[in-house]
Write a protein that binds this ligand. Structure first.
Ligand SMILES: [Fe+2]
Length: 244
């Protein structure tokens, strides 16, 4: 019997603006479309947009543009918010699962389960951690988790210093309990990373807006080339690949 590989495309930190005007001199809409239409993103089983869809503060024009773009997308699209998004605005454009103002849910695909949590406010609420503690062990076999903020430091001097997940230790204590969670997928850091956190791997996707230099403690743009990630999830392996 051949085992099916689930192919996931992850696009993160789009930072689309209200209008077609460039954002910090970058054609962020073209960057997003470049990633979406690239050969590596064809024949997906699932597309994930992992937060910071909007540039600064939940610009409606950004959500409208993305909604129009993915309207006829041939496979499911799972969305979580980032720190530049607002759920109350996003809900007008996307069909999101929201509980007490937070967008967290699980998604079943081909008999396997993927968890999505909301760290838009800079931390993961206790309610979501309790929900994970109840639901992750119940899942049959290995699961994946998507969240906007990495749950650990990533050796990015600027982002680790200024924009790390606030309740990182609390989140790590919960995640480390899950024997069927080995791979956690994030964005937010505008740079690709693969970090070992105990027995688990944290994968940070690059941004389609721009990459931030990880070697300086102050903001410094490294590149305006869009980056994204593809994930091949087999029965007994997870392969994450970064593309530019
Ligand atoms: Fe972010």
């Amino acid at each position: 019997m051949t085992s099916k590989i689930i192919k996931i495309g992850q696009i993160s930190d789009l930072h689309i603006g209200e209008s077609e005007e460039f954002v910090q001199g970058i054609d962020v809409r073209a960057n997003f479309l470049f990633a979406l239409n690239s050969s590596s993103m064809q024949n997906l089983d699932l597309l994930v947009l992992s937060g910071d869809l909007a540039n600064e503060d939940a610009e409606p024009g950004a959500y409208q543009f993305i909604a129009d773009t993915i309207k006829d997308y041939p496979v499911p699209v799972c969305i979580i918010p980032g720190n530049h998004d607002r759920i109350d605005v996003m809900q007008k454009y996307y069909n999101l699962e929201v509980t007490d103002g937070k967008c967290y849910y699980s998604f079943d695909i081909q008999g396997r389960r993927i968890f999505f949590i909301d760290s838009a406010c800079g931390e993961v609420s206790r309610e979501q951690l309790d929900w994970l503690e109840r639901e992750v062990p119940k899942a049959d076999g290995e699961v994946l988790l998507f969240m906007h903020h990495p749950p650990c430091f990533c050796n990015h001097r600027f982002m680790d210093l200024r924009y790390h997940l606030k309740n990182m230790v609390e989140v790590q204590q919960v995640l480390s309990k899950f024997k069927n969670l080995n791979h956690i997928f994030c964005g937010h850091y505008h740079h690709e990373f693969e970090v070992k956190m105990g027995n688990q791997y944290v994968h940070a996707a690059p941004s389609t807006q721009m990459q931030i230099d990880p070697n300086t403690p102050y903001f410094s743009m490294k590149s305006s080339a869009p980056g994204w990630m593809t994930i091949d999830w087999g029965e007994d392996f997870v392969q994450a690949d970064v593309h530019f």
